[in-house]
Design a protein around this ligand. Structure first.
Ligand code: BGP
Length: 470
């Protein structure tokens, strides 16, 4: 069966500054650089972000390899801690400016559309230490200074801007479930941070609209959408799923697309005495500065059931899990290396949800992918990794994206995570996601079987779906 895509579809892949560049020539540390300095054992095999995939030094060659595998667009992020020297003043680092100019120009020279994101979990460490990071509205304003610099420096050539990658992961990782520095467990702060990130995004959008002179220019945000499905149709499980969806998806999505937070969520947070501190002026900023485009990162669905813990045990410290438990559905299909369920049909549910409930806003799959350990297992005699599992994973997800598009959802692209195997937050190089492999000892990069397959799909703008996968 032929699966076809609209004209000018974005075929690309995504990475981030902190995961690809390495720390070379960086004056400032981000929270992950800093965390690695003080606690290297928190990272898989004690591998930190110092070299990453060496993009700072090898960007030209890397971009030409991206060209070789047919990418027409590529997302990375500008590291705040590389571009800015003085965070209060917003003054730039000359080498940072040179580097990002060079990356953007090289993409354009190679015919690849540069898609630029501003924060990919990489808050400057000093702002975390001095102000409590995103807990502080002063940091929100410093972020707007950084964003404005980016728009002014690069906005003539970059038309596709994103304010944040996965703000929910900052909330979850740093304030609830302890997988991002500073590893706090503080529900009240988590809620405030969610609000401040939303405010920061809206203020950056306002700044963009003030300074942008590029007629093609668009700005959006990138959200990890994780549809929450109830274990059963019982009212209790359904209400657990309702809350999980409010917290994990609608909170950021409603604010970004509709300009206000979901009423049900606000009521619950108010009742629980954890509602964020906000002003009318801020609410107006959020309301009037909505996104032009949406990036959707999708890896896995979320299965939920009614909570088993009594809410009293959470009375001291509010947690979203007060309202739901995770449900390990028997028989679900898993990527065992990463521990994530594989459920491609969720992308179709997302597509229709955006079509029906979010003004059918233009959106693209900004990340999707499969992390696999020890991929040397799949090396063939020619030294190419035969990652058929990744090809199948992409085919199945694209199938549901195409179905959503054929039913009217306004999806304009698909970006795989990631072009070249890159460093991952705590997991370092344990799981590999790339279309191109990276030997982290030699930095030799080699196209995988999926890279050749992807090139073909990008060039043809279609692929043949194997019958046994439908
Ligand atoms: C997303 C992040 C990426 C990337 C990816 C893979 O949430 O935006 O930065 O890391 O997940 O996950 P991981 O690196 O944890 O395997």
């Amino acid at each position: 069966m032929n699966i076809t895509f609209p004209e000018n579809f974005w075929w690309g892949a995504a990475t981030s500054g902190p995961q690809s560049e390495g720390r070379f020539n960086k004056k400032q540390a981000n929270v992950f650089d800093y965390w690695y300095e003080i606690e290297p054992e928190a990272f898989y095999e004690q591998v930190g972000p110092d070299t990453a995939s060496n993009f700072y030094n090898s960007y030209k060659k890397d971009i030409s390899m991206m060209k070789e595998i047919g990418l027409n667009s590529f997302r990375t992020s500008i590291q705040w801690s590389r571009l800015i020297d003085d965070f209060e003043e917003g003054t730039v680092n000359e080498d940072g400016v040179r580097f990002y100019n060079a990356v953007i120009d090289e993409c354009i020279a190679q015919g690849i559309r540069p898609v630029i994101n501003l924060v990919h979990f990489d808050l400057p460490a000093v702002l975390q230490e001095q102000y409590g990071g995103w807990e502080s509205k002063h940091v929100v304003d410093l972020y707007v200074k950084f964003a404005t610099q980016c728009f002014q420096l690069f906005g003539d050539r970059v038309s596709d801007w994103f304010t944040f990658n996965e703000p929910l992961v900052i909330v979850d990782g740093a304030y609830l479930y302890q997988f991002h520095y500073p590893n706090l467990v503080d529900g009240k702060k988590a809620v405030q941070v969610a609000y401040n990130l939303t405010l920061a995004s809206a203020k950056a959008i306002a700044a963009y609209r003030r300074v942008n002179k590029n007629k093609e220019g668009k700005i959006g945000t990138i959200l990890n959408l994780t549809p929450s499905y109830p274990a059963t149709q019982s009212p209790e499980d359904q209400s657990a799923a309702h809350f999980a969806n409010l917290w994990m998806n609608d909170m950021f999505l409603d604010a970004a697309v509709k300009g206000s937070f979901p009423k049900d969520l606000v009521e619950i947070l108010k009742k629980d005495n954890v509602l964020w501190d906000s002003t009318e002026e801020e609410t107006n900023i959020i309301n009037t500065n909505r996104i032009d485009v949406l990036g959707v990162n999708f890896y896995h669905p979320h299965r939920v059931k009614q909570p088993s813990i009594s809410s009293d045990s959470l009375a001291v410290n509010w947690m979203p899990n007060k309202y739901f438990d995770n449900y390990d559905m028997p028989g679900r299909r898993m990527n065992v290396d990463k521990g994530w369920e594989i459920y491609p049909q969720a992308l179709y549910d997302i597509a229709l949800n955006i079509r029906d409930n979010y003004d059918n806003i233009p959106w693209f799959v900004s990340e999707n992918g499969m992390g696999v350990s020890k991929e040397e297992r799949y090396l063939n005699a020619d030294g190419v990794i035969e990652d058929d599992y990744r090809i199948q994973f992409i085919q199945e997800h694209l199938y549901w994206v195409a179905k959503g598009i054929s039913e009217g959802s306004n999806c304009f692209g698909y970006h795989l995570w990631t072009p070249i195997d890159c460093w991952s937050w705590k997991n370092a190089y344990r799981n590999r996601y790339g279309l191109i492999s990276n030997n982290i000892h030699t930095q030799v990069k080699t196209i995988k079987k999926s890279g050749y397959w992807f090139k073909n799909v990008a060039e043809e703008n279609k692929f043949i779906m194997p019958d046994d996968l439908i």
